[in-house]
Design a protein. Structure first.
Length: 402
């Protein structure tokens, strides 16, 4: 075979630049962390970044040179994908305490630049890194204390390194592969797991119970949410047909459907940190404000009560039993069906426990990713190694763990 011409080399180089080869790019894992405002998402993501960043050296086989394996994690913030300040929607809200007023709504899907988010996520998946022109404004925002000491973080990191070294030696080291680097990208955001598209309603089981009440009265922007027209219909299942009774599980919003598709196609696992209305209000009010694309945003009076929490309740009602967000009781089977892993404790556990749970989940994702890739290389194989931080693989506290 003759050597490729210079023109062909240039074409190949261009193709390589546009579509990095699987041989040269690292194994990349995209993970979602979502939850209400101020539920600890960014704090958790930054702690995970401190733990999942190291390299190990393992022997490559008989007479072979030692090989370096790298594991790294970086964070992508959904808040970095807001539209410009002037393009963020303005809504009219009313409350007994603050009256009627117009407010910018930063806590809705319409405030996000979804095409840019999709482009960035696909770039990350293909290359294992952020686009070179990506600059995070979210990193300029203050994050509260984590209450996890540096020593505790270091212990978790050392335990993870030991697991990873054993894992590579036992299952990867002797195989022929050019992949020796795993990069994890965590996307943290207030709205990553919206309700399913209304087109999926027919797939829904008729055994589902209707919600006891709507999360809140629909506003003009809620027209894409097929809630029953009468709240009383939700309290009386016999007065509503089945489609109405499960309508809180679905959305016909093009933006939410776009986000749903991105989440399900690109993020695995999908982790969720919960918090109550009272916790969300207290934590959000304590924050000084947020850096936006063009300025600095400070919540006006009543913003959390009239915009932040109602938006959360509306967009996440599908995750709760009978759509009742205020009860705090999650529909665990429904969440599992949608691939969302719930952190236990309903927002009451300390960040150390949350971090331990998340380390287990991310470690499982690493194991799953490498295993699936090696199946392609070497055929199916089985193994099991469990790093015990006091949780079972479903995220439940081990009763025998102190």
């Amino acid at each position: 075979m003759s050597a490729p011409s210079e023109t062909q080399r240039q074409k190949n180089a261009k193709l390589d630049a546009e579509n990095p080869s699987t041989a040269s790019s690292p194994w990349t894992i995209l993970i979602g962390i979502s939850g209400p405002s101020c539920s600890g998402k960014t704090t958790l993501a930054r702690l995970l970044k401190a733990i999942f960043n190291f390299s190990i050296t393992v022997p490559s086989g008989e007479g072979g040179a030692d090989e370096e394996w790298k594991l790294s994690l970086f964070v992508l913030h959904q808040d970095d994908f807001y539209k410009t300040d002037k393009d963020v929607p303005v809504i009219t809200v009313t409350s007994p305490e603050y009256g009627t007023r117009d407010l910018q709504d930063w806590d809705c899907v319409e405030s996000l630049d979804l095409p840019l988010l999709e482009k960035t996520l696909r770039y990350v998946r293909a290359r294992g890194s952020l686009p070179p022109d990506m600059v995070s404004k979210e990193d300029q925002n203050a994050v509260g204390a984590s209450w996890v000491s540096d020593d505790e973080v270091q212990v978790m990191k050392q335990e993870l390194e030991a697991w990873f070294e054993n894992f590579v030696k036992d299952n990867v080291g002797w195989r022929e592969t050019t992949k020796r680097e795993i990069r994890i990208c965590i996307l943290d955001g207030f709205l990553l797991y919206p309700p399913a598209p209304v087109s999926r309603m027919e797939e829904h089981s008729e055994s589902l119970q209707p919600p006891s009440r709507p999360s809140r009265q629909p506003r003009e922007r809620d027209s894409h949410y097929p809630h029953p027209s009468s709240p009383k219909a939700l309290d009386n299942p016999s007065s509503s047909n089945h489609s109405d009774s499960v309508a809180y599980l679905y959305s016909s919003s093009p933006e939410l459907n776009h986000l749903y598709t991105l989440s399900h196609n690109l993020l695995h696992p999908r982790l969720f940190l919960s918090s109550t209305r009272e916790q969300t209000l207290a934590r959000r009010i304590a924050r000084t404000g947020y850096v936006t694309l063009e300025s600095f945003w400070t919540d006006p009076p009543g913003y959390v009560e009239d915009v932040v929490w109602p938006n959360y309740a509306r967009d996440h009602a599908w995750m709760y039993k009978r759509g009742d967000v205020e009860s705090g009781v999650f529909d665990e089977d429904r969440c599992l069906q949608e691939g969302v892993m719930l952190f236990p404790g309903r927002g009451s556990w300390e960040m150390k426990a949350c971090l331990a749970w998340a380390v287990d989940r991310v470690r499982d994702a690493v194991r799953e990713k490498v295993s699936s890739e090696l199946i392609v290389i070497d055929g199916d194989f089985g193994f099991h190694f469990d790093l015990d931080f006091g949780f079972d693989l479903n995220g439940n506290m081990d009763s025998g763990h102190e």
